[in-house]
Design a protein around this ligand. Structure first.
Ligand SMILES: Cc1ncc(COP(=O)(O)O)c(C=O)c1O
Length: 369
């Protein structure tokens, strides 16, 4: 495992190195950080009770790292905190992929993966998902064999855009295959706590290889905080942390504090989120039954439904979705946004209010009849 060449000669800045590990009580003439209180206007806007808003450690607030470590039953050395899972993914891609290498990404898959690979100078190579958008271990392992130049492989479960899950055995097989091939495995589990049936298995539950990525954006209901994490092999996290340090210094401190409060209240927050998801799914399933005469199978998790296009429109999905937008006044995302294999589908998000979901399906139903 060799990080991307762009990291050669890059280390923790000397400014930070002077601070990390300094004796308690050392007088700091080091950091360029105001020592006077946070001005009252910001204290009020943030609802803070104290007036400090220091940078904080590059690796994230220690309490937050402990809290995330507690969610996974690992030590905090195995936790990286970042600016949303997007910030963590960007850092992992920059740390581990580079020109001449490939990144294996699912098709259909989250729109950011191919772009993150290209931004790192690497080539995104797709592998197909299985039935219902589930991880197909054999397909991913075949892609690994076909692409010895692969540096990283990404799995996403429950997945965006299909809501498909991953069998524990498949995840473990993929982890073993990636380890054998020397390929960094990133398991994007940002929807992992937002499930409708059985609790999804996390990569760290079945393997000590690779990293699991998540954030407070979905199940903890706070996308605007921009706080996420990766959990797993510290050797994989270390170079990514360095990239993240130079990109943002650290995730915003008041946001990390709010994320800590949310995680501490997980016993209330997560069941409430799953109940909200269930109500929305029920609204969607009943609207699909009455509007389209369809019995929809329940996704493993996330708030996306992968709907087949009416055959007459499958050749030209984009104009069809624009017609839906302008004539039916309902917005859906054409599946081709998520890869070639998404061409015959649209993604319906059921994250909105139940009434909005029912109205949206009512409006689009005539186009499916
Ligand atoms: C699969 C997947 N991964 C990552 C993200 C990024 O989430 P965030 O940066 O808010 O944690 C999203 C956002 O929609 C997503 O769908």
């Amino acid at each position: 495992m060799r990080p991307a060449a762009r990291l050669e000669g890059v280390g923790l800045s000397i400014i930070r190195r002077m601070n990390v590990g300094a004796p308690v009580g050392a007088v700091s003439l080091g950091l360029g950080e105001p020592s006077w209180p946070l001005p009252e206007a910001a204290v009020r806007a943030l609802g803070r009770t104290d007036g400090a808003c220091a940078y904080g450690p590059n690796e994230g607030l220690q309490d937050l790292r402990d809290a995330v470590a507690g969610l996974y039953g690992v030590s905090k050395a195995s936790v990286m905190i970042g600016a949303g899972s997007q910030g963590v993914l960007f850092s992992l891609f920059q740390a581990w992929s580079e020109p001449g290498r490939a990144v294996l990404v699912p098709d259909p898959g989250f729109v950011a993966y191919p772009t993150l690979a290209r931004l790192a100078g690497a080539v995104p190579v797709t592998y197909p998902l299985g039935t219902g958008g589930r991880l197909d271990a054999a397909a991913l392992i075949a892609a690994l064999k076909e692409h010895p130049e692969a540096a990283m492989a990404i799995v996403n479960h429950p997945g965006n855009p299909c809501g498909g899950g991953a069998d524990p055995g498949d995840l473990a097989r993929v982890a073993d295959a990636c380890r054998d091939a020397g390929v960094i495995l990133v398991s994007d589990e940002v929807y992992g706590e937002l499930y409708l049936g059985a609790r999804p298995t996390r990569l760290v539950d079945v393997s000590d290889y690779g990293v699991s990525v998540s954030s407070v954006s979905k199940a903890w209901g706070a996308p605007g905080l921009r706080v996420g994490w990766a959990v797993g092999d510290p050797g994989i996290l270390e170079p990514a942390r360095l990239i993240h340090n130079y990109m943002t210094t650290a995730a915003a401190r008041p946001c990390q504090e709010a994320a800590l409060a949310l995680i501490a209240d997980s016993a209330t927050v997560l069941p409430a989120a799953r109940l909200a998801l269930r109500k929305r799914w029920d609204a969607l399933a009943s609207a699909l039954a009455s509007g389209l005469g369809m019995t929809a199978s329940i996704p493993a998790g996330a708030f996306y439904f992968w709907l087949s296009l009416p055959p007459a429109f499958a050749d030209d999905p984009l104009p069809f979705c624009l017609r839906l937008r302008d004539e039916a006044e309902v917005i859906v995302v054409p599946g081709l946004a998520f890869g070639r294999l998404g061409n015959d589908y649209v993604r319906l998000s059921f994250a909105g209010e139940p009434g909005t979901i029912a109205e949206g399906v009512r409006r689009l139903a005539p186009f499916w009849r």
